[in-house]
Write a protein that binds this ligand. Structure first.
Ligand code: PMP
Length: 300
């Protein structure tokens, strides 16, 4: 077989302007590489965060850093930086990128080591910070809402791998995302092992029923979204009664409104679930109010 001498990362889809932080140094995207022996690649052994930059400021940086260190603790991963140093590294990465609006992907892998699962085979966890642009959905979906399906793939059983850990192993969510895409949808609702509503593949879910805002509790087996927390606060401040409540698919089908929240997606209406129209088939008034309050917050 002919051997290519081309740089393995000369891929046209790489962002051109961004700089990538790896262990304290900045690289151009095509030079930002780590070992193929990294257990983050070999076993999904590592953790990550996704953050947003609005108007030059990192949104809810403290909450994301806390969740990163919580995830690390849960998987026995010692991050080489202190939370304060990690915070500074994120801020510096944003500065280096020159972006005033964008997305940060913060990754900590177990590091390179010999083959075999054991973390003791590795050394030097790798800290990676990518600053890039993101646009998850076309604008029309923010205006008109999304259609989703319920995936047959259930969310990870908390007794197997807690969905509270934002680990590098996202296959559970990716399997559900593939189901969504095969059904012609951009997102999928995931149930837990008890058949209750958990969350979407990369977003938390909310419904509105009789003026009450409802979202599944942590013990439904969800990632405790930073955006979810912000939306619950905004509801409280805006006089919208909001509760964490165990939800079934039926609750979603008969909801007056439904929307998803996430760092990348922000607040986005859901107007059809498993071919059932939600409410009148348009993003409802409480969804629109919370979306607008959220936007105001990000405009700071
Ligand atoms: N659930 C899952 C599975 C996620 O990956 C995410 C993050 N994309 C969320 C919910 C939303 O969390 P956040 O608001 O912190 O981005």
């Amino acid at each position: 077989m002919p051997v290519s001498t081309e740089h393995p990362h000369s891929v046209s889809k790489l962002p051109m302007s961004a700089k990538v932080y790896i262990n304290g140094k900045f690289f151009d995207p095509q030079d930002a590489t780590i070992s193929v022996f990294d257990h983050g690649l070999l076993y999904g052994d590592g953790i990550f965060e996704g953050l947003r930059i609005y108007n030059g400021k990192v949104f809810r940086l403290e909450q994301h850093i806390r969740r990163l260190y919580d995830s690390a603790k849960a998987i026995h991963l010692k991050i080489p930086l202190s939370p304060a140093e990690m915070t500074d590294a994120c801020v510096e990465s944003v500065k280096q990128s020159g972006y005033t609006d964008g997305y940060i992907r913060l990754v900590v892998t177990r590091g390179a080591g010999t083959l075999g699962l054991g973390p003791e085979r590795t050394e030097n966890p790798q800290t990676i910070i990518i600053v890039d642009k993101i646009k998850l959905y076309p604008q029309e979906f923010y205006d008109n809402g999304l259609e989703i399906i319920t995936a047959s793939t259930i969310r990870n059983h908390p007794g197997a791998l807690s969905p509270q850990i934002k680990s590098l192993n996202y296959l559970n969510n990716i399997m559900a995302k593939i189901e969504a895409s095969k059904a012609g949808c951009l997102e999928a609702l995931m149930l837990n092992h008890k058949g209750e509503v958990a969350e979407c593949t990369a977003d938390n879910i909310f419904i509105v029923r009789n003026g009450n805002l409802l979202t599944p509790p942590t013990d439904a087996g969800i990632l405790e979204g930073v955006t979810r927390e912000v939306v619950l606060e905004l509801a409280k401040d805006g006089g919208i009664p909001a509760f964490e409540k165990t939800l079934t698919r039926h609750d979603v089908y008969v909801a007056d409104e439904c929307f998803m929240t996430g760092t990348a997606a922000e607040v986005i209406g859901v107007v059809k679930v498993d071919d059932r129209e939600i409410g009148d088939g348009k993003p409802g008034p409480i969804t629109r109010k919370l979306k607008s309050l959220f936007q105001q917050l990000t405009m700071g």
